[in-house]
Design a protein around this ligand. Sequence first.
Ligand code: HEM
Length: 237
Amino acid sequence: MDTALKASAQLREYFVGILADRRREPRDDMVTVLAGADFDGVRMSDEQIYGFMRNLLPAGAETTSRSTASLAFGLLTHPAQLAALVADRGLLPQAIEEGIRWETPLLNFMRQTTRDVEFHGVAIPEDSMVSVNLGSANHDEARWDDPERFDIFRERKPHIGFGHGAHVCIVCTSPASRAPCSSTPCSTGCRGSVSAPMPRRRTSPACTSGPHHTSTWCGIERQGLIPNLAPTSKTSS
Ligand code: HEM
């Protein structure tokens, strides 16, 4: 915890200079927008801006680097699909969506229940911490046909890789920004022959999406904080 707090404080110090810099010389970037943001006369405090920047770093960087690498892996290990994409750039949006479904970049996050709920037969009391597994949901065999298969031509339907509800990814609110795709293999000129054996894709619930390890659309992990969670085959193993 000490290390995390120290890192957080160091990050804040790093942001202080950047925010001051944007106030002096505004640029066409997110920090400049935050510095000048005004919602009905309410402005963000500097601490709120630093907090947002702390969130923005992993939100924008980890997700895009992971999704780009995973899409590259999927395409390079499926040369026919890569060839189709190279021949038709119009397939790029569906390839990106399939990459995010297949290897969901943000796997887990926490939610706290505001009331007692029953979810797929599991009773969850108010104030419980619930770990939601997006990667598992995106491999739910009840929703996806052969979910472990990477297939840019699969039937298109919404996945949950960008979250859902009030905190859905900001990328979803602007189609133009939904393009961490400019550096995908097909647009950087890769023509898709793999000369060396590709590394095997490793799967684990902690860092990769498949295989699906719950039988519900959202995974619920048993936490010490959920005292009444009945053992059921629908919970994560
Ligand atoms: C492949 C790319 C991306 C994926 C898969 C992704 C995924 C997600 C997910 C699942 C959430 C919901 C988190 C939650 O509910 O707690 C989220 C939220 C968010 N994302 Fe993204 N994201 C991506 C790219 C980006 C980029 C490029 C940015 C900004 C530069 C960004 C900024 C944010 C922010 C600020 C939130 C928090 C929204 C809120 O709490 O209201 N994301 N993202």
